[in-house]
Ligand binder design. Structure first.
Ligand SMILES: C[S@@+](CC[C@H](N)C(=O)[O-])C[C@H]1O[C@@H](n2cnc3c(N)ncnc32)[C@H](O)[C@@H]1O
Length: 217
């Protein structure tokens, strides 16, 4: 699957990329009331302009993306000096408030996510086949501290759950995947596009760990 994504980028088959900021990000991100200096994790980020929107609002952004082409195109299409360094298995490329970590999201570890306090997923969960979605939801939860907030834009498709990417992820699956570790609420179901793909917008808050009652209570 990873090579399939790299090939898509090499061949320019990136129909998922949007030329404008996602309206649901503009509409629903402010409702999360994430402090503007909180770092936002953007898993499977592509070269999404949504990262610039978040950065313009003051958030340091940490995107993770497999394909070198996506990272190269993001910085080439942006402005400002670019610095590069290596962090473990990741090549990191930084431009302004956005750091892009080139590598596999599943190799990104909690010690690299220490300052992350929020996340944004548009077309990340739904880029993954069913078995990997379970792993994704668990891995994401491990990277986030209690109280971390996030926006998830998932998708269902009318031609059935077996085709993809994008994969059709029904609301009951989103609930099943995330509810063990997050409070979540579906905010909107957007009208289907001409392909019959309908996006759904969710807000999530990472639950805290169970705490023992203080001694004597
Ligand atoms: C459907 S695209 C969405 C990109 C972006 N979120 C957007 O809204 O434009 C999914 C992206 O995830 C990347 N990807 C897939 N599997 C990945 C993984 N395991 N780790 C990091 N990136 C991955 C792909 O290369 C692709 O750019």
């Amino acid at each position: 699957m990873n090579n399939e994504w790299r090939n898509r980028w090499r061949e320019g088959r990136i129909g998922f990329h949007r030329d404008a900021v996602h309206p649901a990000l503009e509409r629903y991100w402010p409702t999360l009331a994430v402090a503007s200096d909180s770092k936002v994790l953007v898993p499977l980020c592509g070269k999404s302009l949504d990262m610039r929107w978040l950065a313009e609002r003051g958030h340091p952004v940490l995107g993770i993306e497999l394909a070198e082409e996506a990272v190269a195109q993001f910085v080439a299409e942006g402005s400002g000096e670019v610095s590069r360094y290596r962090h473990g298995v990741f090549e990191v490329c930084r431009q302004g408030h956005v750091e892009l970590w080139c590598g596999d999201f599943f190799h990104f570890h909690i010690d690299q996510a220490l300052e992350v306090e929020a996340f944004y997923d548009r077309a990340a969960l739904i880029a993954l086949p069913e078995a990997t979605r379970q792993r994704y939801a668990f891995h994401l939860a491990q990277l986030l501290p209690p109280g971390a907030r996030g926006l998830l834009i998932s998708l269902t498709r009318q031609d059935g759950p077996d085709k993809g990417p994008p994969f059709s992820v029904a609301a009951d699956e989103v609930e099943r995947l995330f509810s063990p570790n997050f409070e979540l609420a579906r905010q909107a179901v957007l009208p289907p596009d001409e392909r019959g793909f309908a996006e759904e917008v969710w807000t999530l808050v990472r639950r805290g760990p169970e705490r023992d009652a203080p001694a004597g209570e």
